[in-house]
Design a protein around this ligand. Structure first.
Ligand SMILES: C[S@@+](CC[C@H](N)C(=O)[O-])C[C@H]1O[C@@H](n2cnc3c(N)ncnc32)[C@H](O)[C@@H]1O
Length: 210
């Protein structure tokens, strides 16, 4: 019962005590993943950047530091209304300054035009998508040719969650996600293990071709 609640809240936090606790966990434990997803994207000052599944907004606030050019644009999309509202509060100054645009919606329907995004990143997210190929195809649609996507995760923690029944589908496994990326038009798909601030994490890289 508790495991099922935790699994549901990790995938789509709601405005409940469990959802609030999960959001605190994102803000502390996942900072290294968010910072590194942003860093590994190699964001340039005038890029257009998208985060999928932004949670409380830690990664968006990091990405904004790199987008210092007059053409720089930052977008985020998240499925959870609670996370959308929490990130909107946490990032109100970026929103008010017109430096950020947030969408409440699913990766399967991103309200951006074709071939407009230079960099995409997401952390701990693909395992909750309804369908890996549909999500990958939709991200690919909005990316420019040659644009790069980085996904970060703690593989060991994810495996542990899966073995405890907190994640109950097989969608957390990196291989099906990487296969979905290749099937939907990404090249140079690879997973690397990296270290930062004494923590080991995995980064999955992919480049869009048209
Ligand atoms: C485990 S949380 C990770 C949050 C944050 N990226 C982090 O690492 O702390 C997963 C996030 O992805 C969002 N999410 C899940 N499925 C999604 C989908 N289909 N489209 C967009 N966002 C989704 C959830 O609402 C949640 O905010």
């Amino acid at each position: 019962m508790l495991k099922a609640i935790l699994g549901e809240q990790l995938g789509k936090p709601t405005k409940t005590i469990a959802g609030w606790l999960v959001s605190l966990f994102f803000k502390t434990r996942n900072v290294v993943l968010e910072e590194n997803a942003v860093r590994l994207c190699n964001i340039q000052p005038d890029d257009t950047v998208l985060e999928v599944g932004f949670g409380p907004g830690v990664g968006l606030s990091e990405a904004a530091k790199y987008l210092t050019g007059p053409k720089g644009k930052l977008y985020g999309i998240d499925y959870s209304e609670y996370m959308y509202k929490m990130a909107s509060r946490n990032l109100h100054s970026l929103l008010e300054a017109g430096r950020l645009c947030l969408f409440h919606g699913s990766v399967e329907r991103i309200p951006l035009s074709d071939s407009t995004v230079d960099k995409v990143y997401h952390c701990n997210c693909y395992y909750f998508w309804p369908d890996l190929r549909t999500g990958s195809r939709e991200i690919h649609r909005v990316m420019k040719p040659g644009a790069v996507m980085v996904s970060t995760l703690y593989l060991e923690s994810i495996m542990s969650c899966a073995s405890k029944g907190i994640l109950n589908s097989k969608k957390w496994e990196p291989e099906p996600y990487m296969a979905a990326l290749r099937d939907t038009g990404f090249i140079d798909v690879r997973m690397e293990t990296r270290q930062h601030k004494g923590k080991e994490f995995q980064a999955i890289f992919a480049t869009a071709i048209k």
